[in-house]
Design a protein around this ligand. Structure first.
Ligand code: LLP
Length: 406
């Protein structure tokens, strides 16, 4: 845990949240660099024998400082837009460690990707392959591509973050994939180097991954193509609540090793949440507390604009006080944001440590899809992002100025 109490006070690693809040306007995101590094190393260690290229999925947290730190640890990047690609490059990730995913890359985005000579552009339709061929031909280049397939596997996760089912928009269905492999010779300016798959996010069981590996093995054999790279995507779930189960990555790594022995390929992973999810916290201040009926509403200054997961997926992120009290509020409590939407609500508790107006609270495990999903809804500025690294507090994204959005 990067968050611990020393006495009554909440600390991130060895730095008190209170001290960070002294110099920063709430709400703000704060990340533990140590946690990110540990998560990255844990992930690498699980797959040591596979020697994969780990391409951090930038959509989960696109802070350039964090991408750069991960780059120093050996990470590549999985990007899905021109903006993410430019951020990864600015963070000094080498183009030959970048994969470009996404179902709707524009011509301009593809031009940039071709020009930068990325490791793989993972195509998701035959039209996309055709366009990359055309762009590459114009500058007399052969561009390496991967083909994202849709394995038709249900990842058993939240339906809004499931991507591998037959009826989803992602990738090529198996029959189209096989047809494409046969016809791809006509494209002289692309080279098929990879096959990729990503079945969903917050996956907590190995079973859907096992099914996917079996399907991949079969279709790779039928395609008669020697894929240099097999990109197995991301999706590794993390526990958000105490009782939630952890995915058995050790077991999965054994399956991947077996697969690799049969196929003889380099493996790519695109983890996002696993690397940064539990390394980030959103610190917010209580604006008002009011009692409506029997319930206390604790109205905080972070809203769904700052942190969207509860509103979008009913995600449950625990809230803890920055200063613990022995007293309790003494009734049901609902934490809500300031946004004019009834879905702008966080967790409900039967009771909670006593809080007063102006006190600070921490929303936990928000390092992945926290700041990246935030918006200017209600014309609110984007929150700042702060990293704690070796006891030093560094602002890695300044709070947006209101003047920038008016
Ligand atoms: N690769 C591809 C092609 C992806 O689409 C994604 C996530 C990843 C890798 C990284 O997945 P991860 O390891 O982080 O699960 N906003 C949602 C999650 C959406 C995931 C989209 N794709 C959430 O807050 O739960």
């Amino acid at each position: 845990m990067s968050l611990i109490y020393k006495g009554q006070n909440l600390f991130i690693d060895n730095t008190s949240i209170k001290s960070i809040a002294k110099n920063n306007i709430t709400p703000f995101y704060v990340y533990s660099y140590k946690k990110i590094r540990n998560n990255f190393q844990t992930f690498s260690n699980f797959f040591k024998r596979v020697e994969p290229l780990i391409c951090f999925s930038v959509k989960s947290n696109s802070n350039i400082s964090l991408i750069s730190e991960l780059g120093k640890l050996g990470s590549g990047a999985d990007v899905v837009s021109e903006g993410e690609l430019l951020k990864a490059l600015k963070a000094k990730i080498k183009p030959n460690k970048i994969v470009f995913s996404g179902v709707g890359k524009t011509e301009n985005e593809l031009k940039l990707a071709v020009k930068k000579r990325l490791l793989l552009i993972n195509i998701e339709s035959e039209s996309e392959a055709k366009l990359i061929d055309k762009i590459s031909k114009k500058i007399n280049r052969v561009t390496p591509i991967g083909i994202r397939i849709n394995p038709g596997v249900d990842a058993n996760t939240h339906s809004k973050i499931s991507t591998g089912r037959v009826d989803s928009k992602f990738g090529l269905p198996i029959s189209n994939f096989l047809r494409f492999c046969k016809s791809a010779k006509k494209f002289k300016n692309i080279k098929i180097k990879g096959i990729s798959v990503h079945i969903g996010s917050q996956i907590t069981s190995v079973e859907p991954y096992r099914k996917t590996l079996n399907i991949l093995y079969k279709i790779i054999k039928s395609s008669k193509i020697n894929f240099e790279y097999v990109d197995l995507g991301g999706g590794f779930g993390i526990p958000y609540q105490n009782k939630e189960k952890k995915i058995d990555i050790g077991n999965y790594s054994k399956l991947v090793k077996k697969f690799q022995k049969k196929i003889d390929c380099k493996i790519i992973f695109e983890p996002g949440r696993f690397i940064v999810g539990n390394a980030g916290t959103l610190i917010s201040k209580v604006i008002f507390i009011k009692k409506n009926g029997k319930k206390y509403f604790v109205i905080i200054d972070a809203g769904m604009n700052d942190f969207m997961r509860p509103a979008l997926y009913n995600a449950r992120h625990n809230i803890i006080p920055v200063l613990k009290s022995k007293k309790k509020i003494g009734g049901k409590v609902e934490f809500v944001g300031p946004i004019c939407e009834s879905t702008d609500t966080f967790l409900k508790y039967g009771n909670f440590s006593f809080l007063d107006e102006n006190d600070l609270i921490a929303i936990t495990n928000v390092g992945a899809y926290g700041s990246t999903l935030s918006s200017n809804y209600n014309t609110k500025p984007l929150a700042s992002e702060i990293v704690v690294k070796n006891g030093k507090v560094k602002i890695v994204r300044k709070r947006q100025k209101i003047s920038e959005i008016i």
